[in-house]
Write a protein that binds this ligand. Structure first.
Ligand SMILES: [Zn+2]
Length: 152
């Protein structure tokens, strides 16, 4: 994350998940809801600007696919961008193969928009735990450098 990348005397790390309010519902219904993610994320970006604060944004691939200009705005303000998967599905609900496919789809979209290598991952609902720890191997295999999904 940023504090490790840049070193220095930072005492805090700020991370933000970029997802819309309806993304805990089935993805087949998402087109029927009002999008609020752009407006809300732009407000967060304004606040971070005002306070000269950098953060890591874990972006749902679906959001990036639908709002690429938002992702460019985040990047242009020098924040780090990580993946939050494509379909915001709990790892507990996916096979390893489904998880990898969803991960790769999100990385492809984010890397095409940012022209950067995506290094960080956060699972939906912080769903990496002992029973899903094999997903860490999938993250490593696909070039991710860190994960931010374990919550205790
Ligand atoms: Zn989330």
């Amino acid at each position: 994350m940023l504090s490790f990348r840049e070193g220095g005397d930072r005492k805090n790390i700020l991370t933000i998940d970029v997802e819309d309010w309806y993304m805990d519902t089935d993805i087949s219904t998402w087109d029927s809801y009002e999008d609020r993610v752009v407006q809300c994320t732009q407000k967060v970006l304004e606040i971070l600007d005002e306070t000269n604060t950098e953060a890591t944004f874990f972006v749902v691939g679906y959001v990036a696919e639908h709002f690429p200009e938002l992702i460019k705005d985040i990047k242009n303000k020098r924040h780090e961008i990580g993946t939050h998967g494509y379909s915001h599905t709990s790892i507990k609900m996916q096979t390893a193969s489904e998880f990898e496919k969803d991960l790769l789809k999100s990385i492809k979209i984010l890397e095409e928009i940012t022209k950067d290598k995506i290094k960080g991952h956060r699972a939906c609902e912080f769903s990496i735990g002992e029973e899903t720890s094999l997903t860490i191997d999938i993250l490593k295999k696909n070039g991710l450098k860190y994960d931010s999904s374990v919550f205790q």
